[in-house]
Design a protein around this ligand. Structure first.
Ligand code: ATP
Length: 270
């Protein structure tokens, strides 16, 4: 479908510093994508193939997409993002064609990070039965495995899958050489919540008196997306206030000027 053809391909502008917390995951990802490039001889010596993909799992809104983008940015690689349901088509043969097409696109754009969001919607265990829709999913899944195993796919295309339900993902997808690393992206703890807000305010010139730790303390259970929303609302509030102050000042200047003119006061040259 046209939505797939219009997929944007570019190096994302998300840096590691835009991600709050998740230090372990950052470290793991760095090693995974950078070591093979920097130390190919070590891999060769050990007869190891570098990992070609990972599966991120965890609750929604905690940085899976953000992390995938930062990895691409770190490698100066292009980034293609597809949501699982976008691949499913009611037309026979079109669903697996979509998968092929997206991998072709990634290879053409290599080096490229290919991100499959909402993977559970297509990668559930095969052969589950349940009508035409599920057969299409089986075919998508088979095509996905074929592409992951293809020699060509390994050409500088790094695949990241994301799901909230790793328990229903077909284990075949996680065999060695496929998405063989499973990384948990958790809800932020107190320290990470503070870090997420700091990351969001990275470019803002905020007051020293703003106590992010205090906010982190009372936001237990908030996701990164929830915290981003708080910062967003606070920023809007601050903007509104600044605009009001500015308008107030403009008004005052106007009033002074009008009063001065009425009094017939000449503005002096100095
Ligand atoms: P979903 O499972 O819903 O796709 P996700 O885990 O992929 O969610 P993201 O899209 O990465 O979540 O995060 C959504 C938004 O929440 C981000 O654009 C960002 O503003 C904010 N956010 C989430 N986690 C973090 C984080 N660790 N650091 C900074 N911002 C974050």
């Amino acid at each position: 479908p046209s939505s797939l053809r219009e997929t944007v391909v570019e190096v994302p502008n998300v840096s590691w510093d835009d991600i709050g917390g998740l230090e372990d995951v950052k470290k793991e990802m760095l090693e995974m994508v950078q070591f093979p490039v920097e130390y190919p001889e070590i891999y060769e010596k050990l007869g190891m193939n570098p990992s070609r993909g990972v599966l991120f799992y965890g609750p929604p809104g905690c940085g899976k997409t953000l992390m995938a983008k930062a990895v691409a940015n770190q490698c100066q690689a292009n980034f293609i993002s597809v949501k699982g349901p976008e691949l499913i088509s009611m037309w026979l043969g079109e669903s697996e064609g979509n998968v092929r097409e997206i991998f072709d696109k990634a290879r053409q754009a290599s080096p490229c990070v290919l991100f499959f969001d909402e993977l559970d919607s297509i990668a559930h265990q095969r052969g589950g039965g349940g009508g035409a829709g599920s057969e299409a999913m089986d075919r998508v899944m088979n095509q996905l495995l074929t592409e992951l195993d293809g020699v060509e796919a390994k050409k500088n295309v790094f695949v990241i899958g994301a799901t909230n339900r790793p328990d229903i993902i077909d284990p075949a997808l996680m065999r060695p050489g496929r998405l063989d690393q499973l990384l948990y992206i958790p809800l932020p703890d107190r320290e990470a919540r503070s870090a997420v807000m700091k990351a969001k305010l990275r470019k803002a010139n905020y007051s020293e008196s703003l106590n992010l730790d205090k906010i982190a303390e009372v936001t237990h259970g908030f996701s990164g997306a929830d915290l981003a929303e708080i910062v967003q609302r606070a920023s809007k509030f601050a903007i509104r206030e600044m605009v009001q102050i500015h308008m107030g000042e403009v008004r005052k200047v106007r009033e002074h000027a009008a009063a001065a003119l009425e009094d017939g006061v000449e503005f002096d040259e100095h």
